[in-house]
Each structure stands twice: as structure tokens, then as C-alpha cells.
Design a protein around this ligand. Structure first.
Ligand code: B1M
Length: 212
């Protein structure tokens, strides 16, 4: 399928047209994963690169992000065919000081697609909140997203807080987001780093299966 129009509509933030094109693609039997990866994400990546090069500014990025979200919302119900019912529980959030949530929402969607119960703490989530919610919900996984080099350090606070609360051996701490690397994950003592949302869901399910 040719996704060039959908790519362009995400990039230019045309919410209504994005919704129409995503609905049409779904009606034509195109796999939701394909729509996400080839239709929606490339549009967002273009705007990301333009933002980086100062070719567009925050309003344009927000408008594109809104269109991307609208498309993702339509895909969501089609991606919830859990491969393993009641696989486990994850608490997910974007770390303290960080308001980026598109990647985090994608990870959430992919985890739910694997049948994992996901408690979404939103953005600007403190280490204390991550750990308190993990305890309250008897979570197997704490999943942290960070998009800023200035906030990625909060992930170490999550690891330390889980140690202090005595739950470090019970929770698998997963980290990701554009500035995060395997080296950083190892350095802060987290358990798993993945580059993208789909790999995060695969790794989470693999871990839960091994643990069961
Ligand atoms: Co922001 N922003 N932003 N921004 N923004 C970046 C991150 C930046 C790289 C842009 C740039 O300058 N090139 C830059 C960070 C620079 C740095 O730290 N080195 C930046 C900046 C500086 C800022 C502000 C400080 C700008 C300002 O105000 N001066 C400000 C900070 C606000 C704050 O958080 N306190 C800010 C604000 C914003 C908006 C509000 C305008 C908007 C966010 C809207 C929203 O999220 N609701 C925004 C956006 C959209 C971006 C870019 C353009 C796109 C981010 C995005 O959504 N990408 C971004 C540039 C870029 O990344 N190209 C940028 C699409 C998304 C699907 O990718 O989130 O990376 P991503 O998720 C990926 C993977 O990283 C991974 O999975 C996803 C793919 O499958 N992943 C995980 C993510 N989390 C994971 C967790 C896991 C596993 C994988 O756990 C296991």
C-alpha cells in the first residue's frame, strides 16, 4: 500500500484526513502494525527532523503530534488481541520533568497488544510515584520513557527508589526513549533497554513468560 499521503497528512497535522485514511486502510484490511509503522511514524519522523533543523517550531510539532495521536487511537482497538491473557502488570510513565508522551503511548499500546495489564501514570512521573504504583498494583514491570537528556537521569532514581522500597527483586525495570542507550541502562542498573515500542513489548512478554 502507498502510505505517502498519510505520511504527509501526519506531518502537516491534518487530523480529519489522518482519521479518514487510517479508517480506510483498516477497512481495506491493512494490518494495524503496518499502518502504524509505514503510515504514521514516518510522518512524525519527518517533522522531528525538521524540528531538529529549526525548519519548523513547537506549534507545528504539536499539531503533527495531535494528528499522530488521532491515528494511533483508531488503531488501538485493533491491536489489543492479547497473545497471552493476564500476562502480567506494568506501570508505565514518562519520567519527572519530561512531557513527551507519544513514544510512551506507543509502548503502552504494544504492551496491551501482548495482553499485559498496563497502568499508565502519564507524564512527569516521579520515582516515588513509579514505585508506589508498582507496589500498589503488584506490578511485574516498571516501564520508563525519557526523551530529554536532562530528564534521563530520573531513571536512575527509579532504580534506587525501588531498592529503597524493597521491591527491586520483584520488578523488572525497562527503560527507553531517544537519548537512552544500552550503556546507560547498564550504568544505572536497569534491567532492559529497547530501541522501539514493539521490541519493548516483545522483551516484556518474553520476561513474563520466563518468570511464570
Ligand atoms: Co520535544 N524535544 N521538547 N517536544 N520533541 C525532542 C525530544 C528533541 C530531540 C528535539 C530536538 O531538539 N531535536 C529535544 C530534546 C533534546 C535533548 O534532550 N537532547 C526536545 C526538546 C529540547 C524539547 C523542549 C525542551 C523544547 C522547548 O520547550 N524548548 C520541550 C520539553 C518539554 C518537556 O518535556 N518538559 C519539548 C516539547 C515538545 C512538545 C510538547 C512540543 C512535543 C511533545 C508532544 C507530546 O509528546 N505529546 C515535542 C516533540 C513531539 C518532540 C519530537 C519532535 C518528537 C518526539 C516524538 O514524539 N517522536 C522530538 C524530536 C525527535 O525525537 N525526533 C523532540 C515520535 C515518538 C514515537 O518517538 O518518543 O522517541 P519516541 O519513542 C520511540 C523510541 O524512543 C521508543 O519507542 C518509540 C518508537 O517505537 N521509546 C521507548 C520511547 N519510550 C520508550 C520506553 C521504552 C522503550 C522504548 O521502555 C522500555
Amino acid at each position: 500500500m502507498d502510505f505517502s499521503e498519510l505520511n504527509k497528512m501526519v506531518e502537516t497535522g491534518k487530523v480529519k484526513i489522518v482519521k479518514t485514511l487510517v479508517t480506510e486502510a483498516l477497512e481495506n484490511g491493512v494490518a494495524p502494525k503496518e499502518i502504524l509503522e509505514q503510515g504514521l511514524l514516518p510522518g512524525m519522523n519527518v517533522i522531528g527532523d525538521k524540528f531538529k533543523n529549526n525548519e519548523v517550531y513547537v506549534p507545528e510539532v504539536l499539531i503533527a503530534a495531535r494528528a499522530m495521536k488521532a491515528g494511533v487511537e483508531l488503531l488501538k482497538p485493533h491491536m489489543q488481541t492479547g497473545e497471552m491473557g493476564g500476562a502480567g502488570t506494568a506501570v508505565i510513565g514518562t519520567v519527572k520533568g519530561d512531557l513527551h508522551d507519544i513514544g510512551k503511548n506507543l509502548v503502552k499500546m504494544m504492551l496491551e497488544g501482548k495482553g499485559i495489564n498496563v497502568i499508565d501514570l502519564g507524564v512527569d512521573v516521579s520515582a516515588e510515584q513509579f514505585v508506589a504504583q508498582a507496589q500498589e498494583n503488584n506490578a511485574d514491570l516498571i516501564v520508563c520513557s525519557a526523551l530529554l537528556t536532562t530528564t534521563m537521569g530520573e531513571m536512575e532514581a527509579v532504580v534506587k527508589q525501588s531498592e529503597a522500597a524493597g521491591i527491586r527483586d520483584k520488578v523488572w525495570i525497562m527503560v527507553g526513549g531517544a537519548p537512552i542507550t544500552q550503556e546507560f541502562c547498564d550504568k544505572i542498573g536497569a534491567d532492559c533497554y529497547t530501541t522501539d515500542a514493539a521490541s519493548a513489548a516483545d522483551a516484556a512478554l518474553e520476561h513474563l513468560k520466563a518468570k511464570a
